[in-house]
Structures are given as C-alpha cells and as structure tokens.
Design a protein. Structure first.
Ligand code: G3I
Length: 383
C-alpha cells in the first residue's frame, strides 16, 4: 500500500516536470517568435545585410552570431574574400574563412554576397606585377584576372547571390581611378571583369560598387559605366552605393538623386556598406602644435556619446533609413558595414585608435534607439 502511494506520488511528480518542460519550451519558442527583428521589420522592402569580420566568421563571438541570425538575412565578407586574403600568392588560395562564411549563410537561409573581385586596395601583391616587380603585360593581366575570378566565383557557383565585381574604379572627380588594372588595361578591365564573372557563374548577380556616390561627377560616370556594360550586352544587376556617412555628409538630396539616376539607367540599387561616423571630420594638414588637445578634439567621446550627439545621429540615420524605404522599389538590399560599434573599421580610419559609434548595435550588442523604434513599429504599426 505504502509503495503504491509512493509510486503514485512519483508519477504525479514526473508529470509535473514534463509539463513544466513543455511550457518552458513553448514559451521560449514564442518568445523567439515575438522577439524584435530588424529583418522582419523590413520584410517586403529589402534584404537586411551585415558584413562579417573574421572573428564572427570563425564563430569566436557567440553574442554576435546570435544577433546576426536574429536581425539579418544577408551577409557579406568584410575582408576574407578580397584578393590579398583569398588568393595571397599566384598559385595559392586561402578559402578557409570564405568557405565558413558561405556555409554559415546557407545554414541560416541568408543571401550571401561576394565582396569583392577586382579592387586596387587589399590587392594580392603578385596580381599585377612579374617576378622583377615590373607591370605584367595586358594579356598576362587578362589571364590572371580570368583565372582569379573563375577560381573564386567558380568555387561558390550557385551559392552566392551576387558579386561586387569591380570596386571603386572611379575617382570623386569622375575620372577613372589610375589603379594598376587601369594602368595596364585601361577601362577595358571593367567589362572584362564582368564578362569573366558571368562566365564563371551565369546565375549570379553582378554589381559595381563604390563610395561617395552622392557626388555629381561620380554619379554621371557610374551612369556612363552602366551604359557601357549594357551596350556590350554584359550583365550588371545593381550598383552598390557603399554609404559610408558622417554627421555632415552626404546630403540626402544628392544621395537620392544618385539612387534615381542609377535606377533610371536600368539597374537596381543596393546600400552596401552603410555606417555613419559620429565623430568630427578630421582636417587633414592641420598643424598639430598641441597633440593632446588635438587628439581630444578629434576623439571627443571616449567615455560615451553625449545625449545630444546620440540623438542627432539617430535622427540622421532614421532620415536615411526612411529614404531607403521610400525607394524600396529599386533598393533591393541594405547592408551595414559591421555589427557593433566596436567592430567598425571607423575606429581606425582616418585616424587610428578613435572611439566611434557608426553602427546599428552598440558595444554592448544593444540596438540603437532608431533601430529599436523601427522594430517596435513593425511589431505595433499604430505606434
Ligand atoms: O589581417 C591583418 C592582420 O594579419 C594584421 O595583424 C593586422 C594589423 O593591422 O592587419 C590585418 O589586416 C587589416 C584588415 O583590415 C583585416 O582586419 C588591415 O590592416 C586593415 O587595413 C584592413 O582594413 C579593411 C579595409 O577595408 C582595407 O582597405 C577594413 O577592415 C574594411 O572594413 C575595409 O572595407 C572597405 C571595403 O572593402 C570597400 N569599401 C571601403 C571599406 C572601408 O575602407
């Protein structure tokens, strides 16, 4: 009798534990579902992307991984697909990080973007010179470009949604940048790069990507470039407007004019490297008489962003975000250039070691007020 009673008690106990477990699991999954999410907030407008650094690619920042999955449905490599990283020597590739990034994107149903195939910066040292350090011939450079593009694009064929094929080929004054590619092949290197990329993966979208796209001279040259590629029957799906901004630049009117000019030229637009420095512009050529005072004046927020500056920054970011939404019929992706403020390249550029606040999440992985607002509005549109 006593044993029977104990067993009965045990059964009730086990039942309670099982019920509690299911209630816990259910509430966890519904919490996950109702959790705010930036990608859900902009669903139907554009993809929400983020650039991953190598720590994130290698899963060494678990908090970042959680946020990336929660808020973004597109990823791009901040550095690990550039030629110096992925193809450091003529006969040696280093695909390790890029493979992980692509795998992470696929596992999480994200649109993976390749950045970037042909760029003068972070260029593999062997790419444009021979063993004596002299420029290679035009034919040799064509061969190298073709081999590089075929190897990299070919490896991820069918797995990468689109490639930044050529990056930053135009100067602010609208002239072609005198990069090693230009010096050897003239502007011809641009259509060649698009041709090779298309051969390597005919399904992949192809983009031209650049900064300072609000400037009239650059805008016009990009329109000319789109026309030149289209006239030759080459594929170009979108122009990437990088979107590295500050508190005083660009003017949103000029930025909007460029969005419209590019879409009128027959391509989509992507905001590909969005960030906004909260720091004062650095005057180059300043006479640094008092280094300490100078440093303080260009790095004034080491202990945190004052409320007034934070508010101005959030307002300005919101203004641009609304501009992107306004043109979401042609803007297909908005990608931020890093996850948290601590990750941003802006802490090291144009002055090393400053404390900047350019991204959507702060150093504690918390969303900035304007991001929170966008997500809450989606959850409750009456707000
Ligand atoms: O990998 C080396 C590491 O081995 C070394 O110990 C360390 C010491 O400084 O440097 C590391 O390389 C750095 C690399 O980022 C990876 O962290 C380079 O010094 C640094 O210059 C490089 O900066 C990158 C920059 O492109 C290079 O031009 C930034 O992270 C990256 O955000 C930035 O991204 C570019 C886009 O690709 C194109 N548009 C402009 C944008 C900002 O410059």
């Amino acid at each position: 009798m006593k044993t029977h009673h104990i067993w009965k008690k045990c059964h009730i106990g086990i039942l309670c534990i099982v019920c509690a477990f299911f209630i816990e699991v259910k509430s966890a999954s519904s919490a996950e579902h109702t959790e705010h999410s930036l990608k859900r907030a902009v669903e139907g407008n554009f993809l929400m992307g983020v650039a991953l650094n190598t720590r994130q690619v290698n899963g060494r920042d678990q908090q970042a991984t959680r946020l990336i999955k929660q808020h973004f449905n597109s990823i791009v490599a901040e550095n690990c697909m550039k030629s110096s990283a992925i193809h450091p020597e003529k006969n040696r590739f280093n695909f390790a990080d890029a493979d992980k990034l692509v795998h992470f994107g696929e596992e999480n149903g994200m649109a993976v973007i390749g950045h970037c195939l042909i760029w003068h910066s972070q260029l593999a040292p062997w790419f444009c010179i021979d063993e004596n350090g002299a420029k290679v011939s035009p034919d040799e450079l064509k061969k190298r470009m073709r081999d590089h593009i075929h190897a990299v694009v070919g490896r991820y064929k069918g797995r990468i949604k689109g490639w930044d094929v050529v990056n930053e080929a135009i100067e602010s004054n609208g002239s072609w940048r005198k990069s090693p590619f230009y010096e050897i092949l003239g502007e011809e290197y641009i259509p060649l790069a698009f041709q090779y990329a298309h051969e390597a993966d005919p399904q992949a979208e192809l983009y031209y990507n650049d900064y300072g796209m609000d400037a009239k001279a650059k805008r016009n040259k990009v329109v000319e470039l789109i026309g030149m590629l289209k006239k030759r029957g080459l594929r170009i799906d979108a122009v990437g407007m990088q979107g590295h901004m500050g508190m005083k630049y660009p003017e949103s009117d000029n930025f909007e004019k460029s969005i419209l000019s590019f879409s009128n030229a027959g391509v989509n637009v992507m905001i590909t490297e969005w960030d906004m420095s909260a720091l004062p512009n650095v005057q180059t050529g300043a006479n640094i008489a008092d280094t300490v005072a100078y440093r303080k004046s260009i790095d004034p927020y080491t202990d945190g962003l004052p409320d007034a500056i934070s508010q101005a920054w959030n307002n300005r970011m919101k203004e641009f975000f609304n501009l992107f939404l306004k043109h979401s019929n042609v803007i297909t992706r908005v990608t931020v250039w890093g996850l948290t403020d601590g990750d941003s390249w802006k802490n090291g550029f144009p002055v090393r070691g400053r404390v900047d606040y350019p991204l959507l999440f702060d150093r504690h992985y918390m969303p900035k007020p304007f991001v929170q607002e966008i997500m809450e509005h989606q959850a409750d549109p009456s707000r």
